[in-house]
Every structure is written in structure tokens, then in C-alpha cells.
Ligand binder design. Structure first.
Ligand SMILES: Cc1cc2nc3c(=O)[nH]c(=O)nc-3n(C[C@H](O)[C@H](O)[C@H](O)COP(=O)(O)OP(=O)(O)OC[C@H]3O[C@@H](n4cnc5c(N)ncnc54)[C@H](O)[C@@H]3O)c2cc1C
Length: 220
């Protein structure tokens, strides 16, 4: 396995355009935190499935959660090898030629084995981590899970031990002879924006907006 701050192994070495790759913890953590969701890939009877889900990170651990009935969670609890990928798309890279079209992005790939979190304190911590990944500070503002909700949620932990990041930024890289062509080229930036909060019509009368929601909207 990778050692120290380096999460590179033979399996997490970016081969194509390696200058866009990194394996240090800080880079991996930054992409995992910036991505809203991840996709988890695993094999069932020789058929790969890649399932989108919410994640949350605390230190070198990723948490995912869901219904005990979910095939993904039932399968992953068995400790089989998984690949978790998180991606942020930052822009459309529009070249002069079809060939050089691309996207600006940051993506992280984590390989490993997830384990079920049974210890109640750690399970609660996993749920807190995931909830605060959805919206920073939200956990402290809402009703905690009751016994049946707590029992009815599976939490898995995936240690971040073998991982990579790949990122592209900047303008298209066209062939030299194409730069003279009268074709617009450049980058169309893409962002996910926080919109104006839409209150639930069933809000209890006189309920103020939560600080976490107000902060997310103010920081948009
Ligand atoms: C938004 C987006 C669009 C892309 N579009 C294309 C496309 O159209 N065509 C294309 O060929 N490639 C595309 N890529 C890049 C693609 O993800 C791979 O990096 C590419 O296929 C080269 O893989 P490889 O053969 O070097 O590595 P592989 O042998 O497939 O992977 C070796 C190891 O490198 C690491 N790695 C590889 N890719 C990534 C990554 N993106 N992020 C983090 N770690 C990585 C992993 O640890 C992996 O186990 C895109 C990536 C993103 C995020």
C-alpha cells in the first residue's frame, strides 16, 4: 500500500498525461470535499455496477450511508474491492478542432474496501460527517436520528489509503496550424450555484431560516 502522505500505488498511477495527476493526501481530500456526490463501482457476479451516492470525509475516512435494503450497501458490507470516484466539472474546453475538445475538471479515484460501522458513536459520527457534507453546519440545526432511524441506516467507512487525483485547467491545446483558423475557441466556465432558498410550504409559522442555509446562500 501507499505510505505516508503519498496515496500512489501501481494501481493509482495516472498513466495518460501524468502531469495532470497527483497522489498526495491534500489533493485527494480537496477533490473529495469539493464534489457533491461520488460514484461507487463494484462487481456483482462479474457484472460491474457504478452507483451514485452521497459521501462525507473526515480525515482519512470516507463515509457513505443508506438503507440496509440497498444492494450497494449490502454488497459493500461484505468487504469486496471497490472504486469510488468523485468529479467536479469546472468548464467546457472548446478547441478549434473536434479532436482537442475537452473539459476542465478535478477528479479523485479511491480504491479500497469498505467496512460497516457498527459502533454507535462512530456510526453517529459518520452520519454527522455525511450530513455536514450535504450542507456545512446542518447537523447541529436539525433533529438527530431516533432509534428506529438509526437502526434503519447502514453506515460504511472506506479508509483513504490508495488514491489519485487528476485535474485539467486552462485553455484548449490546439495544433499549431489551427490557431490561424477563424473559429472561436476558449473555455466556457461551469459552476454549480446555490439558488435562493425555497421555504417548505409546511414550515411551522415563524420559523427563521437556518444559519447553514443563510450562509450557503450568502457565500454563493
Ligand atoms: C470530466 C472528465 C472528462 C474526461 N473525458 C475523457 C475522455 O473523453 N476520454 C478519455 O480517454 N479520458 C477522459 N477523461 C480522463 C479519464 O478519466 C482518464 O484519466 C483517462 O481515460 C486516462 O486513463 P489512463 O489510461 O491514464 O489511466 P487508467 O489506467 O485508466 O487508470 C490508472 C489509474 O490512474 C488513476 N486515474 C485515471 N484517471 C483518473 C482520473 N480522471 N481522476 C483520478 N484518477 C485517475 C486511477 O487511480 C487509476 O486507477 C476525463 C476525465 C474527466 C474527469
Amino acid at each position: 500500500l501507499a505510505e505516508g502522505g503519498d496515496l500512489r500505488t501501481n494501481r493509482t498511477t495516472v498513466r495518460r498525461l501524468p502531469e495532470r495527476g497527483a497522489n498526495d493526501r491534500a489533493s485527494v481530500h480537496a477533490v473529495l470535499d469539493a464534489a457533491r456526490i461520488c460514484h461507487i463501482g463494484f462487481n456483482v457476479d462479474d457484472q460491474p455496477f457504478v452507483i451514485p451516492t452521497i459521501h462525507g470525509r473526515d480525515g482519512d475516512t470516507l463515509y457513505v450511508h443508506g438503507s440496509p435494503a440497498s444492494r450497494m450497501l449490502r454488497t459493500l458490507k461484505g468487504g469486496l474491492p471497490i472504486c469510488l470516484t468523485a468529479t467536479v466539472v469546472d468548464g467546457l474546453v472548446l478547441a478549434r478542432s473536434v479532436f482537442h475538445h475537452s473539459m476542465n475538471y478535478r477528479s479523485a479515484v479511491v480504491l479500497g474496501h469498505a467496512v460497516a460501522v457498527d459502533d454507535p458513536e462512530r456510526k453517529l459520527h459518520g452520519l454527522r460527517t455525511i450530513t455536514n457534507h450535504v450542507l456545512a453546519g446542518r447537523w447541529d440545526e436539525v433533529r438527530p436520528p431516533n432509534d428506529s432511524e438509526f437502526r434503519g441506516t447502514t453506515v460504511l467507512a472506506l479508509p483513504i489509503e490508495e488514491a489519485s487525483v487528476k485535474a485539467r485547467a486552462g485553455q484548449p491545446i490546439d495544433d499549431d496550424e489551427d490557431y490561424a483558423l477563424p473559429i472561436w475557441a476558449g473555455v466556457l466556465p461551469l459552476t454549480t450555484e446555490v439558488g435562493a432558498p425555497i421555504p417548505d410550504p409546511r414550515l411551522a409559522p415563524g420559523t427563521d431560516i437556518s444559519p447553514s442555509v443563510a450562509a450557503a446562500y450568502a457565500g454563493r
